[in-house]
Design a protein around this ligand. Structure first.
Ligand SMILES: Nc1nc2c(c(=O)[nH]1)N[C@@H](CN(C=O)c1ccc(C(=O)N[C@@H](CCC(=O)O)C(=O)O)cc1)CN2
Ligand SMILES: [Mg+2]
Length: 282
């Protein structure tokens, strides 16, 4: 079997054009959606992601406000900026690019963002809303993964077993809850799960978000499974690879996302969708 690829770049372009239509309507009504992006420090990958977010906003007709600070920025100053943005009616979404320098408490910073503007979906109020099935912003990466599943006709997962490898607050845990909300039977596994391979082989939908290059190999995949690779690992030669060993996995899986060009572009597309939603909600 050779798996069919889920083209995240193409699907993200489709989402972004849907967002552009909604943004144009809001702008015509005198309310242009606006996203504030805060970058602290000079992490090269974060600089790329932030640049891509700003240019994605421009292309979809959203206004963006980029604020960049040196790594020495004090936490109190960052919190003060967020408080000011929370009060600014012309800003609908606020995000602080992660990771933050180690002297800044990332969770405290996230909690400072108004849940009404929490377009990353990382605030504890957003996480709680997801947990109990209430409306709220959902984290962009798992939201993008769900959109990919819908795209291939796997939006409803009753009778399916989903395995999420990874337990981070921004991907693994919310991903598991979203799969559960779609009626899947969900297992959360991680790098310390005994016989991880056997657990993965139960998965009709396997989401790899563990941050270890090519950890999930073809022999760990159930034939025909949908494999969603959230990992973005930079190798010593500068190239990127996922948490899934694409070469061996594509011979076993039914569907697979590539890295790059899979989940990553969807993350930014869903951020724009959340920002337009924040604007529409007023
Ligand atoms: N505040 C946030 N911080 C971080 C998030 C987030 O959602 N909010 N997620 C990641 C980084 N991230 C977005 O911020 C992100 C990562 C990767 C991509 C992407 O499109 N990747 C490309 C490859 C790009 C490359 O060449 O490096 C791909 O996979 O095709 C988009 C967004 C952590 N921080
Ligand atoms: Mg092959």
């Amino acid at each position: 079997m050779t798996a069919q690829r889920i083209d995240g770049k193409a699907l993200a372009a489709q989402v972004r054009s849907e967002v552009a239509v909604r943004a144009a309507a809001l702008t015509a009504a005198g309310r242009q959606p606006a996203l504030a992006v805060i970058l602290v420090g000079a992490d090269p990958a974060s600089q790329v992601y932030v640049r891509n977010k700003v240019s994605a906003c421009e292309q979809a007709g959203l206004r963006s406000v980029l604020e960049t600070y040196g790594a020495e920025l004090r936490e109190a100053e960052l919190l003060a900026r967020i408080h000011t943005m929370n009060q600014d009616d012309a800003i609908h979404g606020i995000l602080v690019q992660l990771p933050l320098p180690p002297h800044i408490d990332a969770q405290r910073v996230i909690e400072a963002i108004s849940p009404r503007k929490d377009v990353d979906g990382f605030h504890v109020a957003s996480a709680g809303a997801l947990m109990v099935g209430q409306p709220g912003f959902r984290p962009c990466t798992p939201l993008g993964c769900m959109r990919m599943l819908e795209h291939i006709g796997m939006g409803k997962l009753r009778g399916k077993h989903a395995v999420v490898v990874g337990r981070s607050n921004i991907v693994g845990k919310p991903m598991a809850l979203m799969l559960l909300a779609a009626d899947a039977t969900v297992t959360i596994a991680h790098s310390g799960t005994p016989d991880l391979a056997a657990t993965c082989r139960h998965a009709d939908v396997l989401v790899a978000a563990v941050g270890r290059p090519r950890m999930i190999t073809g022999s760990m995949i159930k034939p025909g499974a949908v494999v969603i690779d959230v990992g973005i690992n930079r190798l010593p030669d500068g190239s990127l690879c996922g948490d899934v060993d694409f070469e061996s996995a594509q011979d076993v899986a039914g569907w697979i996302t590539p890295v790059p060009g899979g989940v990553g572009p969807m993350t930014i597309a869903m951020l724009l969708a959340n920002t337009v939603q924040a604007c529409a909600q007023g």
